[in-house]
Design a protein around this ligand. Structure first.
Ligand code: ZN
Length: 117
């Protein structure tokens, strides 16, 4: 497969990622940390595969915010990083989640499944 030749990753790991994504319904979400836990694939390795899959329009990068007080991710999902400026507080507890010095401190990257075949 074309993907394999372009990334130096264990073939098994790529297959694990691809198989997992193929089982996911369209418009559901995957995130690199999950693969770390599930398949022992590091977040960096996973991101490299995800970014290639994004170029192939299989995945799309989206964003959530993480609240350190609630220890939870926002319900809202932002398709565009600029939309994050509209959500600067936690939906649950109201904590300010935007720091001028570090605007992406609480931003978490997810990937939306656009194609699963
Ligand atoms: Zn909160």
């Amino acid at each position: 497969m074309e993907l394999k030749s372009r990334i130096t990753l264990d073939e098994d790991k790529i297959i694990n990622i691809l198989e997992y994504i193929q089982q996911k319904p369209l418009n559901s979400y995957v995130y690199p940390e999950l693969f770390d836990e599930k398949f022992n694939i590091s977040i960096n390795e996973c991101m490299r595969v995800f970014i290639l899959l994004e170029k192939k329009n299989t995945l799309k990068q989206v964003y959530k915010v993480y609240c350190p007080i609630c220890k939870d991710f926002s319900e809202s999902i932002f398709e565009d990083i600029n939309e994050l400026e509209e959500q600067t507080t936690c939906e649950n507890c109201g904590k300010e989640l935007f720091e001028k010095e570090n605007p992406y401190k609480y931003v978490v990257i997810y990937f939306k499944v656009l194609r699963n075949e």
